[in-house]
Design a protein. Structure first.
Length: 181
């Protein structure tokens, strides 16, 4: 009787094991992704609008890395001195992040990301121009949802803490079209 039970368990395991392995493979969220979207940054009294693109690799269900590039599309006017307004515009921004994911299902995730970046801003006032690049430590949170498993939407908030000569911070809100490859 014991040998018959053992044989039945082994036979069932040999039938179920391939199905379980296939289920694990099909639920893996690892792979490349990209997104393109719009971001609004507010920092040190200046509001700047940016078109952002991200390219990343999700290493497994819980971890990944991504690079981010942004190009300024709308600047702001600020008081540089009494009676003198300066026009400020983001030239470009780049950063690299480590990303942590909390899957809420096959198509939805909460995410947290931390990384390091550089932001280049140009200011113009009274015929004079100045361009400056500031480095920052960045930390953010967000969520994403893929409607069909491939195409989706992502929204996040990232705090940029500038270091060195350009100390200060920026709060960046973004929304993007996201695509898994």
């Amino acid at each position: 009787m014991k040998s018959l039970t053992t044989a039945a368990v082994l036979a069932a395991a040999s039938l179920v094991a391939p199905a379980l392995a296939h289920a694990q493979q099909s639920t893996s969220l690892a792979g490349m992704y990209g997104d393109i979207g719009y971001a609004k940054a507010h920092g040190n009294g200046v509001d700047l609008d940016t078109i952002q693109g991200r390219l990343g690799s999700r290493l497994n269900n819980y971890m990944g890395v991504e690079g981010e590039l942004g190009i300024g599309v709308k600047g702001d006017r600020v008081a540089a001195a009494p009676g003198v307004n300066a026009r400020v515009k983001l030239r470009h921004q780049e950063a690299i992040y480590g990303v942590g994911y909390l899957p809420l299902g096959a198509n939805a995730d909460l995410l947290v990301r931390g990384g390091y970046g550089a932001t280049t801003v140009r200011a113009s006032a009274a015929g004079l121009h100045s361009t400056d690049t500031n480095n920052s430590w960045n930390l953010g949170v967000g969520a994403q949802y893929h409607f069909d498993g491939v195409n989706g939407i992502r929204a996040d908030y990232t705090r940029h803490e500038f270091v060195g000569k350009g100390e200060g911070h920026a709060n960046v809100w973004s929304i993007a079209y996201a695509r898994r490859f």
